[in-house]
Design a protein around this ligand. Structure first.
Ligand code: ADP
Length: 190
């Protein structure tokens, strides 16, 4: 099993690289943001309860997100996965570690993709033009997501640094350059 957390601010390129990494290492891929968006699109009760958080650029409640990941793990527990956008709080990380331990698994590595704030905002606004994501089109919401990241998510790096699992890479450059840095960082921890 190989479990990889792809970590970084909104717009750092996690989603794009996660898909490539999943293919490269033959792993599953879960984006909690994608799961939430799909619930909203399908108009489920769960989706409805999360619409407000997303549109304001706030985090969804830990309890809900953790249950989504628990559900995913029930059916994807054989080879490992790329976790994209999860865990985003220390509470999520602690529950996640326990959840993996219960099936005899663990996080192998967290890789942080480092991208400066102005570039994050530029990329998200660009993406918002064709993704149609409501949280990608307003600069205020984008700035708030980055602020929430700084206040609640950044500390999750400390959690995995203490476990000796943290790696950081430069997230600027071409998609191929960033991918090469990611695989190098991941392979150093396998
Ligand atoms: P981005 O990384 O560009 O913000 P995501 O698709 O990862 O995009 O997430 C979109 C939104 O979904 C977040 O702003 C947040 O509201 C919600 N979300 C995603 N993952 C989590 C999580 N692990 N905990 C809480 N909220 C989450």
């Amino acid at each position: 099993m190989l479990n990889i957390i792809l970590f970084g601010a909104p717009g750092c390129g996690k989603g794009t690289q996660a898909a490539r990494l999943a293919e490269h290492y033959d792993l599953y891929h879960i984006s909690t943001g994608e799961v939430i968006r799909s619930e909203i699109k399908r108009g489920t009760e769960l989706g409805k309860s999360m619409e407000g958080y997303i549109s304001r650029g706030e985090l969804a409640p830990d309890s809900i997100v953790v249950e989504m990941v628990r559900d995913f793990m029930r059916t994807h527990n054989d080879k490992g996965a790329i976790f994209d956008g999860f865990p985003r709080t220390t509470a999520q990380a602690e529950i996640f570690d326990t959840m993996l331990a219960e099936i005899g698994a663990k996080v192998d590595v967290m890789v942080f993709m480092d991208v400066p704030e102005e570039e994050l905002v530029r990329r998200i606004l660009l993406r918002g033009k064709d993704s149609g994501r409501q949280d990608d089109s307003s600069e205020d919401v984008i700035r708030n997501r980055i602020e929430v990241y700084r206040q609640q998510t950044e500390v999750v790096a400390d959690h995995y640094t203490k476990q000796g699992k943290y790696e950081a890479i430069n997230g600027l450059g071409t998609m191929d350059e960033v991918f090469a840095r990611l695989t190098e960082a991941i392979d150093s921890k396998r």
